[in-house]
Design a protein around this ligand. Structure first.
Ligand code: TRP
Length: 340
């Protein structure tokens, strides 16, 4: 019986994706990647990496915060419906093979190529890392390649911002295969249905560092407050002025989270004609968001009450991933002749 199920598992394509635990996950994460994780967990052998060492790249001074955020990250993943029977939660720092692979990959990627990564360049600016940006931060896409390839993942569900990292991962996989023989799959990125959700302030990206975020764990009242404060159409002074729907974050959120498509179509039509106020549009959004978030909040609460169980889930998931990484690294060392 066990042999049969292991065989089935081996044949299934594999997903590895994950989060850098710098804070709680938000609506942008949901439409970018979490939703695909949940959807695909039955079809793929799925691994969700709690990328705690990645968090040190940005700020290495607060290990206690990173530890706390890592557990929050696990809770958020479980809260949105990742089922630990199907998807493994993996603690990156407990898989030393990843860091070994990172060392080899760092020597396959050119220095200039690393510096050209557009997401890294952008992050250095909006995370205000400036001149103090760490060596590790600039190189984190290489660590990410090691995360992905140590498990020989085929598919990586991510937000749009992560696509350059996947390109780099693919280059490294190809280069390694070319130099040392076929070893790694060349993984695909899978971007969510909303590539980049704007922030509540209308800025292009929802991001903790920009303070324009609605968290998946925000209480209903907080969601209400944040939505009522949202940026809408700056060209519209009165409810009777015709408004803009396109690029208006309130409508982007309606499209993303309000299942009542007729209501959204009606609001848009009236907004364009100046026949509905921001308040009504926002109140309806609050309602839609809170009914979307309610089941997520209650699942989270269930796990929050049982932290021991969460730790156990991570332990089990990490052990499973570890077996894959150990076998990958044995193969890699053999190919690199790193032995006597
Ligand atoms: N860099 C990703 C982020 O900030 C997190 C991450 C780390 C990741 N390792 C990964 C994502 C491997 C996908 C695959 O969101």
């Amino acid at each position: 019986m066990v042999r049969v199920s292991l065989k089935v598992m081996e044949k299934r394509k594999r997903i590895l994706t994950g989060d850098t635990p710098t804070g709680k996950l938000h609506l942008g994460h949901f439409v970018g990647t979490l939703e695909n994780r949940v959807k695909l967990q039955t079809e793929y052998d799925t691994y969700i990496l709690l990328a705690n060492t990645h968090a040190f790249a940005k700020d290495a001074t607060k290990p206690e915060d990173i530890y706390k955020n890592t557990l929050e990250d696990a809770l958020d993943n479980l809260a949105v419906g990742l089922n630990p029977e199907k998807a493994s939660l993996v603690l990156e720092s407990l898989i030393p093979e990843i860091f070994e692979l990172y060392t080899y990959f760092g020597m396959l990627a050119s220095h200039n190529r690393v510096l050209r990564n557009p997401t890294v360049k952008e992050e250095i600016v909006y995370k205000k890392l400036g001149e103090h940006v760490s060596f590790g931060f600039v190189g984190y896409p290489i660590l990410q390649a090691a995360d992905i390839l140590s498990l020989k993942a085929d598919l990586v569900p991510v937000g749009q911002d992560q696509v350059p990292h996947l390109e780099q991962t693919r280059e490294i996989a190809r280069r390694f295969n070319e130099l040392y023989g076929e070893t790694f799959p060349v993984p695909e990125a899978l971007v969510g249905r909303v590539a980049r959700l704007p922030g509540t302030d209308g800025k292009a990206k929802m991001s903790k560092s920009l303070g324009n975020v609605i968290y998946l764990s925000d209480p209903a009242e907080t969601v209400k407050h944040k939505v009522m404060m949202m940026y809408t159409d700056p060209t519209r002074a009165r409810a009777t002025d015709p408004g803009h729907v396109e690029g208006n974050p309130v409508f982007i959120y309606h499209d993303a989270f309000n299942p009542d498509k007729n209501e959204v179509a009606d609001l848009k039509e009236r907004y364009l004609k100046g026949k509905v106020g921001d308040i009504e549009v926002k109140e309806k959004l609050v309602k839609a968001l809170n009914s979307f978030l309610d089941p997520i909040r209650s699942r989270r609460l269930g796990y929050e009450k049982n932290p021991g169980k969460v730790i156990e889930i991570i332990r089990t998931g990490t052990e499973k991933a570890s077996q894959l990484a150990v076998s990958t690294l044995a193969e890699v060392r053999e190919k690199l002749k790193l032995r006597l």
